[in-house]
Ligand binder design. Structure first.
Ligand code: 6R9
Length: 645
């Protein structure tokens, strides 16, 4: 018997919700049994098409072929802007709230449309053409949305690099996508400090000879270096024409590339296309958040992540919603900042990550008491499993039991939300992402690939395509196939473990591969290891995750030094700085442990399972270590672990 708690959706929220329980069942069944008709209706409802599609879907997981609405013509920026002008031209499209609480500004749909058209002309003037890749390295300012929409308007493919990534990480992404244009800001603002974005671009571009133009947004006004490739955003915009007809794009033309980490090798450029992505982002936005016209919606995710793409920019704007962009952090100037912003802008729908909730919960309830959160109607969570304690705090204290929590499970590769409660339809269980969205058929499989039935636990796969699914990995369709479709033939492999309970609710248990989730940021252990071994003194490194109260997972690095080199606090600092330089501050190891050798199998594979257990201090339960080449190594590592904590 499970003792888990179940919450009904608060009555006043359930009343009038887009999707009721009966409707969920009816629509879900139709989305599976009559899939083409179902998706045709949704595509017509959420998106304006210049020309209808010839075929709704043409998908085969056996060859990783995914096509939706082929033959259809549309433009994403037209759908997010132009079509709203007649009725909503003067409605605010973007509310911007600065890092400094005294700074904010708004852009109406008409103003945003004009800026996007002007900037699209700027891009054209500098030679950007349809299908060219444009790198965007901007903080959370409206110009990030302008840049995305301007690319979409002319058919250029944007590749946003999170502004917290280092110059080296930026360089790798510019080179991989062969971007010829970079859009950045002079500096970003974060918790009262500045981030040297243009300087990072300058460093990155030393190894990027193909980049022709860098368009620089003046954000802080800080001093930066200038060169022949650089132009000012505001100067170019002022001279550009505000008239730029949207390019008619094929449904399957690429819209953007977004790099994400996997278990092996370097980050992959996940490729999303135009029609299916927009239909799916717009539809999930309306149904999952139960968005109603006039509401103020705030997703705290940075545009550098998929959540920022689908649910800060494209999903809301396609629905004509007002979306809030926040450049700062939850704890600056004080840990009540989120709630002050909610109060100031009368936010109705608030979508954030468990790591932020845990961090604020740890600061105590006093920070809530001085703010009025009465405008809130729906709360959301994304990025990692939300532990029930954090869920309960979010529900009882932040939302005062008035607001349902939508715990939305999805990935960069899925484009939009796949498993989620629906307001008005789903009773909530803290810690469960609950049930599949329309058209989504999950299957939990065991390690042999057998599909498990009923109440079970295993690896989460999805058995049929949905419009928002990624189409490829930029530059390597083979890698796309191998990563997602080869482990369990005929199924999309998510990389996550999951349990399904007797009510058919899904509980995501975390990654089953070598991917870490640190404060909701995805990182491959291999990437961090590659950075560590760049140091001359390091012979070998193994990185694992371990439970961390605020971040969800912390980064634990085992490092073996080259013979003759002794560990020191100084060396530890050098290694930390090296990882920050190679990847960025988000990848900073929390703990480095010197390991004389690493536990390996006879065939030379590092036994990460054991290293994970030791990092988590679960040393009584190491499992079978008989396959180790030298079981004595484990004892030594345990001893070192004990000495340090
Ligand atoms: C949207 C996003 C994807 C990974 C995913 C899973 C974890 C995301 C979750 C969740 C449990 C949720 N994840 N949402 N785990 N419950 N509601 O975060 O994309 O950055 O690609 O990360 O995040 O492990 O596989 P991305």
């Amino acid at each position: 018997m499970s003792l888990e708690k179940v919450y009904d959706v608060p009555l006043e929220v359930a009343a009038g919700a887009h999707i009721t329980e009966a409707l969920y069942r009816e629509m879900y069944e139709r989305s599976i049994k009559d899939s083409d008709k179902f998706w045709s209706e949704q595509a017509e409802r959420f998106v304006d098409w210049f020309k209808p599609w010839d075929k709704v879907q043409d998908c085969d997981f056996g060859t990783a072929r995914i096509r939706w609405f082929e033959g259809g013509k549309l433009n994403v920026s037209y759908n997010c802007l132009d079509r709203h002008l007649a009725e909503k031209g003067d409605q605010v499209a973007i509310i911007w709230e600065g890092d400094d609480p005294d700074l904010d500004r708004t852009l109406t749909f008409r103003e945003l449309h004009e800026q996007v058209c002007r900037f699209a002309n700027v891009l054209k003037k500098h030679g950007v053409e349809k299908s060219d890749r444009v790198c965007i390295y901007l903080p959370m300012i409206p110009e990030a949305a302008v840049a995305m929409l301007a690319c979409a308007r002319i058919g250029a493919v944007h590749s946003i690099v999170f502004a917290g990534f280092s110059a080296d990480a930026l360089r790798d992404r510019i080179l991989d996508a062969d971007c010829r244009y970079v859009i950045c800001a002079d500096e970003g603002n974060r918790g009262g400090r500045t981030v040297p974005l243009k300087t990072n671009v300058d460093t990155a571009l030393q190894s990027c000879p193909n980049v022709k133009t860098v368009i620089v947004v003046r954000n802080t006004g800080g001093t930066i270096d200038w060169d022949a490739r650089s132009v000012w955003y505001h100067e170019e915009l002022a001279e550009a024409s505000p008239d730029c007809p949207p390019e008619s794009m094929d449904a399957e033309d690429p819209l953007f590339i977004l790099y994400t980490s996997g278990s092996t090798g370097k980050p992959k450029g996940v490729l999303h296309s135009t029609g299916g992505y927009l239909v799916y982002a717009a539809m999930t936005f309306q149904y999952v958040f139960d968005y109603r016209p006039g509401e103020i919606y705030w997703c705290t995710a940075d545009v550098g992540w998929i959540t920022g793409h689908s649910y800060t920019v494209y999903g809301p704007l396609c629905n004509g919603a007002t979306t809030l962009m926040f450049e700062g952090i939850p704890t600056y100037p004080a840990p009540d900042r989120f709630w002050r912003v909610v109060e100031k802008h009368r936010v109705n729908i608030f979508y954030t990550a468990p790591t932020a909730i845990r961090a604020l919960m740890a600061q105590g309830d006093n920070w809530l008491e001085t703010t009025d959160r009465g405008s809130l109607r729906v709360l959301g969570s994304v990025g990692e499993p939300i532990n029930p304690e954090a869920w309960e705090w979010y529900y009882h204290h932040v939302g005062r039991e008035r607001c349902p929590i939508v715990d939305t499970w999805w990935q960069t590769e899925t484009g939009g939300i796949l498993i989620t409660p629906l307001i008005g339809a789903t009773r909530l269980k803290p810690g469960s992402a609950t049930r599949p969205f329309f058209g989504i058929v999950p299957a939990i499989v065991d390690s042999q690939g057998n599909v498990l039935e009923g109440d079970c636990e295993g690896v989460l796969t999805i058995t049929r395509s949905w419009p928002g699914q990624a189409r490829s990995v930029f530059g390597s369709h083979q890698r796309f196939f191998e990563t997602y479709f080869s482990a369990y033939p005929g199924k999309y492999f998510t990389g996550d473990g999951a349990r399904r309970d007797a009510d058919g609710y899904y509980w995501i248990t975390g990654r089953v591969d070598d991917v870490l989730n640190v404060s909701g940021h995805r990182m491959g252990t291999a990437e961090i290891e590659s950075a560590l071994v760049l140091h001359d003194s390091v012979a070998e490194a193994a990185v694992v995750g371990y439970p961390h109260n605020i971040k969800g997972q912390g980064i634990y690095a085992y490092v073996t030094l080259v013979a003759g080199i002794s560990p020191s606090a100084e060396l530890e600092q050098e290694l930390i700085q090296l990882v920050r330089k190679e990847i960025g501050p988000i990848a900073t190891p929390d703990l480095i442990q010197w390991a004389p050798t690493l536990p390996k199998t006879r065939s030379g594979k590092i036994m990460r399972r054991i290293l994970r257990k030791i990092a988590a201090n679960e040393i009584r339960d190491l499992g079978d270590i008989s396959t180790l080449a030298d079981p004595g190594v484990v004892e030594e590592i345990i001893q070192n672990r004990a000495n340090r904590s």
